[in-house]
Write a protein that binds this ligand. Structure first.
Ligand code: CMP
Length: 225
């Protein structure tokens, strides 16, 4: 199961069984309860993490206490590598959105591991490049898209990773409060509520506590552009 999680992300997808076992042996385990924090922005860090089960939020806090969420990560996704490749403090606070378990790998061990493994190094570069691409999209959306467009895009992104297709639509258990959804799209809770209520009144989605059922994915796609 954990070897599957290791291979699920692009980082270690090329590993054969033997290499995955060897890597797994050098990894530690950690768990968090919903709401607990793994580390804070500004902390020093010496480990990379891979989510095995559950979801985490990566956030930053402004000097006046407002919060912005950079990403929600789930099984197979990795974080905590920036402070290795660009030595410095942790660039975000990581907290559990649900009970979560992780595998951890010391930066030192990862560096040793990367020697002589160009495929794993390439996996890491791929992941960093795709993160930069996504960060550029988020920055452009903040300038060019309205709040409903950003909400539609965020829900589709969550649906891609956490959605389950059923007869009545795609069930997305995002586990986020409306406040957290608002922090993810960089808008006020009121504006995000209004956008969600509008989508619901058009029959594009149904709101449930900490989840949505997307009933008209095509309209949501169009609205996200
Ligand atoms: P690090 O700075 O060590 O700790 C926080 C981690 O959050 C960081 O490494 C990255 O792995 C991750 N991270 C930072 N910014 C983003 C982002 N925009 N999208 C996804 N992950 C990020």
């Amino acid at each position: 199961m954990e070897n599957d999680v290791l291979r699920q992300g692009t980082l270690f997808s090329s590993l054969d069984d033997e290499a995955a076992d060897a890597l797994r042996a050098s990894m530690g385990e950690a768990t968090l309860r919903r709401g607990d924090t793994l580390f804070h922005e500004g902390d020093s860090g010496d480990k990379l993490y891979i989510v095995v089960e559950g979801k985490v939020k990566l956030g930053r806090t402004s000097s006046d206490g407002r919060e912005n969420l950079l990403a929600i990560l789930g099984p197979g996704q990795m974080f905590g590598e920036l402070s290795l490749f660009d030595p410095g403090p942790r660039s975000a606070t990581v907290s559990a959105v649900t009970d979560t378990s992780f595998l951890s790998l010391a930066h030192e061990d990862l560096l040793k591991w990367l020697e002589g493994r160009p495929d794993v190094s390439r996996g890491l570069l791929l992941q960093l490049a795709s993160r930069l691409r996504r960060a550029n999209d988020v920055a452009a959306d903040l300038v060019f898209s309205d709040v409903p467009g950003r909400v539609a895009k965020a829900l589709l992104d969550l649906a891609d990773r956490f959605g389950r297709t059923a007869d009545d639509g795609v069930h997305v258990h995002h586990d986020l409060t409306q406040e957290e959804l608002a922090q993810l799209v960089g808008a006020s809770r009121e504006t995000v509520n209004k956008a969600l209520a509008d989508f619901a009144s058009r029959g594009w989605l149904r709101l449930e506590p900490r989840s949505v059922v997307i009933m008209d994915i095509e309209r949501m796609r169009r609205r996200s552009r």
